[in-house]
Design a protein around this ligand. Structure first.
Ligand SMILES: Cc1cc2nc3c(=O)[nH]c(=O)nc-3n(C[C@H](O)[C@H](O)[C@H](O)COP(=O)(O)OP(=O)(O)OC[C@H]3O[C@@H](n4cnc5c(N)ncnc54)[C@H](O)[C@@H]3O)c2cc1C
Length: 324
């Protein structure tokens, strides 16, 4: 194994973030010439609760920085601690989830290390020289750009849902090393007076079936049929950006480049044209069913099953049949 890859593993309230597992799955499957290590930071309670799961991730080595100052209220402390770690350990590639915490830590760390950062990537490869080829949408999603950084470690954040999490039974023992450092001078002047643990919002993007609606649904009243069908199928509803802009759905359920990436077993798209910015969000869907009155809509050629018909009529029919 030539190349050294380090993945920052995000743990929230003792739970390993799904995006971290997605990055590890992708790295293990695709970075064949690389040794894949992880680093996790957190307070004692959070790390201890996550330890069993962390050992199942199939990493070569897992570094743990455990300190009760690390309670994720301050990204600066995390960035400072990671920076000290990188000064003592050399890596070719460093990866992190582009979550709200990841987006807070990554630029601070890049700035401290004076290295480049390719943010919000949707594709990653490592070449034989250990260079990271990081792909992300550019020019408003019109182009996919593959960026090779000249600084080491090559650093990228990865969009949640961009890669599939493949749960594998893992036999190899992960070597664990505790990395200790002095936090004197690493903490910011910010004093946290009060913090509240909110229950994590349900992650609908991991749902096995997603029923999505676009502008072809025509109005908000019809869009309620998307919610109804999703409910009957035990699925989650989603929307194109055009439907969100009409006020038919919340932005939180938008799929695509400026929304969410999803990886369901089945994605059913009603009245969605299949613009590139939408398709970017469903590249990991196992099967796509598209319902459109226009057989030449781009989504129809990319779909596993393309149904040329009126979306609203089909929604009524399906809901009627499933409600019986
Ligand atoms: C920087 C940038 C970022 C973007 N990010 C996103 C993003 O994250 N997600 C996203 O979705 N878009 C995004 N877009 C917008 C994207 O380019 C498209 O405009 C948008 O996806 C179109 O949504 P739509 O398919 O619902 O609407 P349209 O493109 O208008 O398509 C409606 C479709 O419905 C079909 N139709 C009409 N009537 C019926 C009917 N009765 N029955 C069945 N079919 C019917 C039509 O044939 C058509 O194919 C972004 C654009 C830019 C520039």
């Amino acid at each position: 194994m030539n190349n050294r890859v380090l993945i920052y593993i995000e743990v929230n309230n003792g739970v390993v973030a799904r995006v971290s597992k997605e990055i590890i799955s992708h790295a293990k499957q695709n970075f064949l010439q690389s040794s894949i290590d992880g680093i996790v930071l957190g307070d004692e309670q959070s790390i201890d609760s996550a330890l069993f799961d962390l050992k199942q991730l199939g990493l070569n080595k897992l570094y743990i920085i455990k300190d009760n100052l690390l309670d994720m209220t301050n990204a600066k402390v995390y960035a400072n601690a990671l920076s000290v770690f990188l000064e003592n350990n050399q890596y070719d590639v460093l990866l992190m989830g582009a979550t709200s915490d990841g987006r807070d830590i990554a630029p601070r760390l890049a700035s401290k290390q004076d290295i480049g950062l390719t943010a919000d990537c949707t594709g990653l490869e490592v070449d034989e020289n250990g260079n990271l080829l990081a792909t992300r949408p550019t020019y408003g999603g019109q182009l996919m750009a593959t960026i090779v950084s000249k600084t080491k470690p090559n650093f990228a954040t990865v969009r949640p849902g961009a890669f599939k999490y493949l749960q594998q039974s893992c036999n190899n023992e992960t070597e664990i090393e505790y990395f200790s450092l002095s936090f004197d001078g690493l903490c910011s002047l910010l004093e946290v007076l009060y913090s509240e643990n909110k229950p994590a919002a349900e992650d609908w993007t991991c749902s096995e079936i997603i029923v999505a609606g676009g502008l072809g649904i025509q109005n908000k009243e019809n869009f309620n049929l998307i919610y109804k069908l999703a409910d009957l199928l035990g699925a989650k509803p989603a929307a194109s950006r055009a439907a969100v802009e009409q006020g038919w759905a919340e932005q939180s359920i938008q799929v695509g480049q400026t929304g969410n990436s999803v990886s369901p077993k089945l994605y059913i798209a009603f009245g969605i044209s299949g613009a590139m910015q939408h398709m970017t969000g469903i590249t990991n869907a196992d099967k796509i069913v598209a319902i459109n009155i226009n057989k030449d809509a781009p989504i129809m050629s990319g779909a596993d099953i393309a149904i040329e018909c009126d979306a609203v009529s089909l929604l009524h029919t399906l809901i009627g049949k499933l409600s019986d």
